[in-house]
Design a protein around this ligand. Structure first.
Ligand SMILES: *Cc1c(COP(=O)(O)O)cnc(C)c1O
Length: 235
């Protein structure tokens, strides 16, 4: 193993161990939680090292750079998740490359993804991004506007809407993050009764390097971790 792969393997193991410990504290199994290794900071060489170290599901936030990276790494068995804002004019290029789009922040975007998924017969999973912190600079659905959205999900039959995603606000540290994550979970619980037949909001994507342990304690099924995986690595 090269030094790079070794260091990443150590970091990955540390993150996995902390996820397992947080899950245990909450009486959950670590198997319920998917780690998305975020690669937006690093080039293809480090992504290859990440995959060699055992990462399977990778996340990218910038659609433009993502297409180029996914093309360069086509030979690897990567399950890509898009986690950043997607413009509608990039949907056609993005859908064939991803397993999941976590950052659906409008019905127009959902409609565009649904059309491309249907035309290309691609099965794509999506999460609805929710602005739980109420931060004006953040994207996502207003939590109070989600009920009619969820009731109308049967109209988007080619995509699989399977949960909610959020980012905690930047202010307030872990306590504020915990509150935001709990809010997303409670929102999901409330919306579950409104889901049309065949739709279930099982997934909660929440938590990044600074707060993924709190997110797991609050019920995250997906955590998106970047920086913590690259500690001790020149990038
Ligand atoms: C960059 C990013 C992450 C990972 O952030 P880190 O703090 O580096 O772990 C998670 N989610 C989204 C949406 C991101 O853009």
């Amino acid at each position: 193993m090269s030094g790079l792969v070794e260091q990443i393997a150590v970091n990955l193991e540390t993150v996995r161990r902390k996820i397992a410990a947080a899950a245990a504290r909450a009486g959950r199994s670590a198997d319920e939680i998917t780690l998305v290794a975020v690669t937006k900071y690093v080039g293809p060489e480090i992504v290859e090292a990440l995959v060699s170290a055992g990462a399977v599901v990778l996340g990218e936030s910038r659609p433009q750079q993502f297409s180029a990276k996914a093309a360069a790494l086509r030979h690897l068995p990567i399950r890509w998740h898009l986690i950043g804002h997607l413009q509608r004019n990039k949907v056609r290029r993005t859908v064939p490359l991803v397993e999941m789009i976590q950052s659906v922040d409008s019905l127009r975007l959902l409609g565009a993804i649904d059309r491309v998924a249907e035309e290309t017969e691609r099965r794509v999973s999506v999460l609805l991004e929710v602005n739980v912190s109420g931060d004006a600079a953040k994207g996502g659905f207003d939590p109070d506007a989600l009920e009619p959205v969820v009731r109308g999900l049967a109209d988007y039959a080619a995509v699989r809407v399977c949960g909610l995603m959020c980012m905690a606000g930047l202010e307030g540290g872990q306590d504020a993050a915990r509150e935001h994550f709990a809010r997303l979970r409670q929102l999901r619980d409330r919306l579950t009764g409104q889901c049309p037949e065949g739709v279930a909001l099982d997934e909660l994507s929440m938590g990044m390097s600074r707060d993924y342990e709190v997110a797991v304690e609050e019920g995250a099924t997906i955590v998106r971790v970047g920086s913590a995986l690259y500690e001790g690595i020149a990038r």
